[in-house]
Each structure stands twice: as structure tokens, then as C-alpha cells.
Unconditional design. Structure first.
Length: 161
């Protein structure tokens, strides 16, 4: 297999912060990967991972450390219709607020745990944005993703070869 020339950013968002971060990543990363698609998680299930792409989970945390409502169907399908996802390579952008230390960035961390349990391989570290720091999530996530893409695309090619 070759390295996918497509990045699919799956977005879980309540107040659109994660969506804005995903859109900034898409606008800023086209010189690093030819095709970048931003997809809200609304109505998605595990079949989204059948596509030949590198995936980026970009999600906020909602309530008591839950995934956002629009991400719930996809998240729950990872349990209700589990299947081996060893072909999936992904990264995670987790948005949260350290004022809630027990649940900080749990939306993204929950996706990371579920995907890993099903055999998917996370490439690189989880990026955690802290709303308490007063930094722009879109700007920070975009900068992280540029670094991430330049590191993981060669790694993805080696793993899939």
C-alpha cells in the first residue's frame, strides 16, 4: 500500500471550535497532502474508516467528559459494531479546558482509546488544546498538524509498505 494522499478530518463539535480548527488545518495543509476533507461526524459510523485515507479526529469535549452529540453515533458504533481497524492510521486533536482536570480533553482521548482497542494505529502524540490558556484553538491545531503531517506521512508509508 502507498501512503494515502488524502486526509479526512472527522469533526465532533458543540460550539464549532473543533470545526474551526479543522477548517484551519484544511486551509493550511494543502501543500503537505493533496486532498484534505473536513467532515462533521453527524450520522457517521465505522464504515467511514473503509476509505483509503489518513484520518484526523478533531473533537471537543462536552459535558462530563463526553464526546459531542454530533460525534455520538460514530463513537458508539465503535462499540456496537466493532471490527478490526488495523488498516487505519490516525491522529487526534482534542479540545478541552484544564479548569475541568478530571475530564480535560476526554472527547478526543475517548476516540483514541476506542480506535486503538480496535487495532487502529495512532501516529504521533495526541494534540491537546487547553481553552484556559487563551490561545486560538484553530491556530494552534493548524501549526501542530503541519508538524504532524510532515512526520507521519513518511511513517504511514513505511507502516503500510
Amino acid at each position: 500500500m502507498t501512503t494515502p494522499d488524502r486526509l479526512i478530518i472527522l469533526v465532533g463539535s458543540v460550539t464549532d471550535n473543533a470545526l474551526h480548527a479543522a477548517q484551519a488545518i484544511a486551509m493550511d495543509g494543502t501543500d503537505l497532502i493533496p486532498v484534505i476533507e473536513v467532515r462533521p461526524m453527524d450520522g457517521l459510523d465505522t464504515r467511514v474508516f473503509d476509505e483509503d485515507a489518513l484520518f484526523l479526529i478533531c473533537t471537543s469535549t462536552h459535558g462530563a467528559g463526553d464526546v459531542p452529540e454530533n460525534a455520538r453515533a460514530l463513537y458508539e458504533s465503535l462499540d456496537s459494531a466493532p471490527r478490526y481497524l488495523g488498516h487505519v492510521r490516525y491522529g487526534v486533536v482534542a479540545l478541552g479546558d484544564s479548569a475541568y482536570p478530571q475530564t480535560f480533553c476526554n472527547g478526543g482521548l475517548r476516540f483514541d482509546e476506542r480506535l486503538s482497542d480496535l487495532g487502529a494505529q495512532r501516529l504521533g502524540d495526541v494534540f491537546r488544546h487547553d481553552a484556559s490558556m487563551g490561545t486560538d484553538a484553530a491556530e494552534q491545531a493548524s501549526a501542530w498538524c503541519r508538524d504532524w503531517l510532515s512526520l507521519v506521512r513518511p511513517a504511514a508509508q513505511t507502516i503500510q509498505a
